[in-house]
Write a protein that binds this ligand. Structure first.
Ligand SMILES: N[C@@H](CCC(=O)N[C@@H](CS)C(=O)NCC(=O)O)C(=O)O
Length: 201
């Protein structure tokens, strides 16, 4: 049963879905929908996801799933990317919610403003950079003495968090200030078979 993933490499939320499917060797068909060309708001796409957002996954029988982390959890079901221990599973969810509610709205959004929209600094909310620094520092502090976010092995939490974190440099947030975080990005990229997106320290 081949799944279809609607995505755009413009969005690291879409990258995450590709990363996990490739890692788990799950076959899929990738259909590119351009965010830049506003194809996400076209009547045809809104029939697939009325929220007008990528990524969306469609099963062979037509059932659909949106929200990147929900898709990751669905694809990872039954794999080693979901911890066996109940508390570790809780911690994985803790980091997935944190990624959506705290990390992405600052780390992902600052990159969007600076790198993709090329906005001049005086037109960017001045609270974004300190909040992004705080999110990255939180990750670095958690990773002191740890190799992965949960249970000392790669989980869905690492894949969700690495997607925008590895692109932080593009948003002017050099990870050289956070060595444990930087080392973790490279570890997860290597586990996933990705070339590093980090610039030289
Ligand atoms: N919480 C959602 C966020 C999805 C989202 O915001 N997608 C953006 C790209 S990162 C999008 O498709 N935007 C379409 C638009 O702005 O028209 C997820 O994790 O999947």
């Amino acid at each position: 049963m081949t799944i279809t993933i609607y995505g755009d490499s413009y969005s690291a939320h879409c990258d995450k879905v590709r990363f996990i499917a490739d890692h788990l060797k799950i076959p899929y068909r990738w259909i590119r929908i351009s965010i830049e060309k506003k194809e996400t708001q076209s009547p045809d796409f809104l029939k697939i996801n009325p929220a007008g957002e990528l990524p969306v996954m469609v099963l062979a029988d037509g059932r659909k799933l949106a929200q990147s982390n929900a898709i990751l959890l669905f694809l990872a079901e039954g794999s080693a990317l979901i911890p066996d221990d109940a508390l570790d599973r809780g911690l994985m969810h803790q980091w997935l919610f944190w990624e959506q509610l705290t990390h992405n709205p600052v780390v992902g959004y600052l990159r969007f403003q600076r790198f993709l929209l090329q906005k001049p600094e005086d037109q960017i909310d001045p609270t974004l950079a300190p909040r992004a620094d705080r999110a990255l520092a939180t990750m670095d502090s958690h990773l002191q003495g740890r190799r992965y976010f949960v249970g000392e092995r790669l989980s869905v939490a690492d894949i969700a968090l690495v997607a925008y974190t590895r692109l932080a440099d593009e948003g002017g947030m050099s990870l050289s200030r956070w060595p444990a975080l930087r080392a973790w990005v490279q570890r997860v990229e290597s586990d996933l078979g990705l070339a590093t997106a980090l610039s030289a320290a």
